[in-house]
Design a protein around this ligand. Structure first.
Ligand SMILES: [Zn+2]
Length: 129
């Protein structure tokens, strides 16, 4: 997501009146220029790790509605989504497989219903250390 000046906008805050909590969003469709929000000029893939896609997908504001949310417009998101999927594939390919013993321990922890580890879990963790 980029603005006309080439910058990447920060979160959009929603004024919901009084209160201590002010909701915000960085979803692509909030940058529609309505209600004083920034207006995006291009879309691109992005990830919470900081990665940004090289390809940019321009938004044609001569055809987009100025009075409706962007998610209601028929915007083709396949380019940014495909770029993000490709980024995730690279991350998966570079990931190190956890040892089977560690996967077993995580699985045991995930299946416990209370917050206490299974009886033999602490012994197994000690053996890994
Ligand atoms: Zn990432």
């Amino acid at each position: 997501m980029r603005l006309a000046d080439g910058s990447e906008p920060g979160p959009v805050y929603f004024d919901v009146g009084s209160g201590t909590h002010m909701p915000s969003s960085t979803q692509w469709h909030v940058y529609d220029g309505r209600f004083g929000r920034p207006r995006a000029t291009v879309l691109r893939g992005s990830c919470s790790c900081g990665w940004r896609g090289m390809a940019e997908y321009p938004l044609d504001w001569t055809t987009l509605p100025h009075d409706k949310p962007l998610y209601e417009a028929a915007i083709d998101l396949s380019g940014p989504i495909a770029d993000h999927d490709a980024h995730l594939s690279v991350i998966r390919a570079a990931a190190v497989q956890l040892p089977a013993e560690l996967i077993d321990l995580f699985s045991m922890k995930a299946t416990t219903t209370d917050n206490r580890p299974p009886p033999d879990l602490q012994d197994r963790v000690r053996r890994l250390g």
